[in-house]
Every structure is written in structure tokens, then in C-alpha cells.
Design a protein around this ligand. Structure first.
Ligand SMILES: [Zn+2]
Ligand SMILES: [Zn+2]
Ligand SMILES: [Zn+2]
Ligand SMILES: [Zn+2]
Length: 221
């Protein structure tokens, strides 16, 4: 029984292909579509990683014909590899949003440059995993740990100071206008009172004077 190699070293999963894949392109060890196929002299083919692992770990025979086989006597399966290389396959990062189907032969190069590859935000204390194509925007505009350059900080604090001063001045103006208005209101309301009081006092004084003069007259008599 063949020992199953690490999953990442085995072939391409069937579900990643755009169209149905010919049954001769499957590896009998990992059951996926063959990656970098190698074959025995009877043309039984397998993924290179799968068959080399089998020959190292299990027994030095072809798993299908049981003929003697070693890593050195394996042949590249050129025809099969050429046919597989033209098949359309989903990007490794399809689950992260990459919509592309790529020829198998171009897959490695695409994956190296794919904008949906995961990268870490380099801002201190963030460590968020983001798509490669969003890295700059995240680090400079969206990240809550993004650095603010010192000249930006000064600008911001000056702007804040200016707007604070403007606000204070506006409030002071408002306040002094209100005080002026109140002052005139009070003054206007006091004015009639004063004249009333004056009239009253005048009448009192007049009364007293009259009375006094009456009393004086009576005393003289
Ligand atoms: Zn395989
Ligand atoms: Zn064989
Ligand atoms: Zn991609
Ligand atoms: Zn970040």
C-alpha cells in the first residue's frame, strides 16, 4: 500500500479545473490531476513527488506493474505534461477572491504575482493579513495603526489650534453682543421708573412744603 505524501506536494485537485479532465491524467497515488508527471518504463505515470516518496518510503517498484523502479530510472512523462500544461486551472488564491483561470504552465508565475496572495500589514502592532494588492492602501489609509508623519502631525495640531481660536473669537463676539443688548434693555426699562420716582418725590416734597407753610401760617396767627 502506497504511503500518501504530504497534501501540498501532490497533484492538482479536480475541482480547480475549468473543464472535465481526461481520466488518463490522474495520479493513482494521490488521485489528483498529475503535477510534473514521471513514469516507469511501461508508461505508468504519477506525480513526481508522489512516486519519489513511494520509492523512498515503501518499495522500489512501480505501484502498477510491480517492475523494479528507482528515482533514477523514472522518466519524465512529456506528452502527458504537455497536455496538462494547456488545461485551465483556478488560481491558488481563488478562495481569497482571485477570479482567474490560468494555463497550468503559467500557474506558478501567476501565483507569485497574484494580487490576492496573503501578506501581513507591516505597521507596528497591526499584523492583519490582507491581499497583496490592498497592502499600500491598507497601510497608508485604512490601518488604524498607520503612522502619521511628523510634519503631518504638526499640520494637524496647527489646524486644530486655528479652528479652536476661531471658535473662541466667535463665541466672545456673540457674548459681547448679547451683553450690549441686555444693557440697553435694562437701561430702557429703568428710565421710566426713574422719572416716575422723580415725579413722586416732587409731589411729596410739594405736599410737605404746603403743609409746612400752612402750619407756619397757623402758628403766626
Ligand atoms: Zn500524485
Ligand atoms: Zn509501471
Ligand atoms: Zn490569482
Ligand atoms: Zn494594518
Amino acid at each position: 500500500m502506497a504511503c500518501r505524501p504530504n497534501v501540498y506536494e501532490s497533484g492538482y485537485e479536480e475541482s480547480r479545473f475549468k473543464t472535465v479532465v481526461d481520466e488518463n491524467f490522474y495520479c493513482s497515488i494521490c488521485l489528483n490531476v498529475m503535477k510534473d508527471a514521471r513514469m516507469c518504463h511501461n508508461q505508468h505515470s504519477f506525480c513526481r513527488e508522489c512516486i519519489e516518496e513511494h520509492l523512498r518510503v515503501n518499495v522500489q517498484r512501480c505501484p502498477q506493474c510491480q517492475d523494479d523502479l528507482t528515482v533514477d530510472t523514472l522518466h519524465p512523462a512529456r506528452v502527458i505534461n504537455n497536455m496538462i500544461s494547456k488545461l485551465k486551472i483556478k488560481c491558488d488564491y481563488a478562495s481569497r477572491g482571485c477570479p482567474e483561470f490560468i494555463n497550468v504552465e503559467d500557474l506558478e508565475r501567476h501565483v507569485e504575482n497574484c494580487g490576492f496572495a496573503p501578506v501581513l500589514c507591516s505597521n507596528e502592532h497591526c499584523g492583519l493579513e490582507i491581499n497583496k494588492r490592498d497592502k499600500i492602501k491598507h497601510e497608508t489609509e485604512l490601518c488604524e495603526y498607520r503612522k502619521i508623519a511628523s510634519h503631518d502631525f504638526r499640520e494637524i495640531s496647527e489646524m486644530f489650534q486655528r479652528s479652536f481660536e476661531d471658535k473662541m473669537e466667535m463665541q466672545m463676539n456673540n457674548l459681547s453682543r448679547k451683553i450690549d443688548k441686555k444693557f440697553f434693555e435694562v437701561k430702557d426699562s429703568v428710565k421710566p421708573l426713574t422719572s416716575q420716582y422723580k415725579e413722586m418725590m416732587e409731589s411729596v416734597v410739594e405736599n410737605v412744603e404746603q403743609n409746612l407753610s400752612t402750619v407756619t401760617k397757623e402758628m403766626m396767627e
